[in-house]
Design a protein around this ligand. Sequence first.
Ligand SMILES: *Cc1c(COP(=O)(O)O)cnc(C)c1O
Length: 430
Amino acid sequence: MDPLSTRYLPLAEARLRDAADPLFSYRSEFFIPQHAGVDCVYLTGNSLGLQPKAASAALQAELDDWQRLGVEGHFAAKNPWMPYHERMTSSLARLTGAQPSEVVAMGSLTANLHFLMASFYRPTASRYKILTEAKAFPSDRYALASQLRWHGFNPDTDLVEIAPNGPGGTHRPEDFEAALDEHGSEIALMLVGGVNYFTGQVFPMERLTAYAQESGVLVGWDLAHAAGNVPLELHAWKVDFAAWCSYKYLNSSPGGVAGIFVHERHHGAETLRLAGWWGQDKTRRFLMEPDFHPIPSAESWQLSNAPVLSMAVHRASLDLFDRADAEHPGGRRAKSLALSAALMGLLDRTAETTGATLEVFTPRADHERGSQVSVRFPGRGKSFFDALTERGVVADWREPDCIRMAPVPLYNSFEDLSRLESILLELLTP
Ligand SMILES: *Cc1c(COP(=O)(O)O)cnc(C)c1O
């Protein structure tokens, strides 16, 4: 059989699908990295989102105001720097399903997790364990283990890690529930990645939040791979807190400013916070008083004044999300599912026509996945991945045999996937 005659996504068909895609024009709002004079097949928006073309003007505007105004820019800049973080709030609230008072752009992800745990991991002699997923993103595991040690506990016994016993190394929600049934009264905090960084699995956040809270457990979600990727309703789900980075699906620049969510029921002064002046009641901040009066919102978790340059770029990207979502409600999610379904379809077809062994281990059901598709190519090793890279495919390699690919709705196209299919057929046809 000639593999090329049975392609899943021929170029002509891919171009028709792009022509019918209401979000296709957004691709031209981004810089697409080049390879040998043509667009790369960029599939790592889950790791570092691409640069919006509007980013440099947004950044330059703040540099110009700094040049022109010096310190006066805090009040006199076109977008005054003093309340600059407020420019992100409504977009972040919309993207995470939060009340505006529940979110703030600040800091960086792992540091924010520690600040949030200072408030929401308050172990007692009888309730001190932390529940998480095994094979969590390493930074999260380091953070959780160090929190346990910081409070005098032992990660070997006090970090309850749920093994990935589902198909293809995914996690079964019922295993979290069983652990809560067994250890619930000893668990102080459950902190899990809302979308697993490795498998791309979307956890049933609402269900697990409710289940854990019934046992008196506080619940936080790491949304690094969820923010800007999958629908979130953090307020309605009654999540206690959450944190995310914004340089992945939210395209805010390498190491760009992150964000947090704290449910409004925790905004009172009785919640203990590690405090800094940017969390101080805005009407009193410059009174330079000794006592801390927290802003009754997530903003009170801010410690330092805002990184304006990073936030300028974040805002430029959020503008694209706001515009796309206003023009085409639900369109990003629909296209994300269509692209990832096409990616899984072409992988299946490639295996069928070439006889190559490969295994998609991201869950197939729509509600259990976002943009990312994770696939194993057993026995092929890194040289196979390098051959993809040499042909202009930018994907992500995890030893020993896993490739993660995330076609994202604002800048990836069906043509990208058709070109990927050609390259896979070239490399895998015996
Ligand atoms: C990307 C990612 C991080 C990265 O942490 P930083 O503090 O932004 O460097 C942490 N946790 C998870 C789950 C991630 O996916």
